[in-house]
Design a protein around this ligand. Sequence first.
Ligand SMILES: [Zn+2]
Length: 249
Amino acid sequence: MHDEQLLRYSRHILLPGIDVEGQEKLLQARVLVVGVGGLGSPVALYLAASGVGKLVLVDDDKVELSNLQRQIAHQTSDIGRAKVESGRDAVVALNPDVEVELIAERLAGDVMLAAVEGVDVVVDCSDNFATRFALNQACVRTQTPLVSGAAIRSEGQLSVFDFRRADSPCYRCLYSPDAGDEQLNCSEAGVLAPIVGVIGSLQALETVKVLTDFGETLTGRLLLLDGATMECRTLKLGKDPSCPVCGRQ
Ligand SMILES: [Zn+2]
């Protein structure tokens, strides 16, 4: 690290659990951020500020007026632009050292697998179950840690699936695609702006922990936050031995 970096990251370096060694790990890390919306905005900004070396931003959407209530990486002047481009501008303005790669399409199939294979951590900030299940499958296959977050109305949830550990459950252990839950999203159900900020910030925190081995991640636990009452619960998550994705065949 040169002098300017030592100064920029000095508040990380002061932490005994991070130090110069942890900051070096962040600087060398590559993170895939799937979705540059309400969750992806704080994830991308906090990871950029933290000095993560490379961010791969994925989104096939353009910025719309109704996004600006919560998607804080985008400005009013960005309306009509690709979210990945305006997200990149926000990241680079904050920290020009961060290398940013853009994928302006909905990830699926081999493109998704290649993108997951090329990074150290995947952060799921997507808004649809098809992407969530496919990302989980790609992460299990490549043993890439997955930091999963979701928010709707005034509620949010968060977990880490760390497939470098044999005992980690996966997203599919927790949710079934045929559970019959109607696919709710913010455009139909609404969401309080700061709740996506809170959950996205926690996703960034868990990502930094996974990358630096700081503290103890949420692996094997699910955090549920109700912003309306500020009730927070953490449930233990076990691996489902009969899970079709991560269970033994
Ligand atoms: Zn599983």
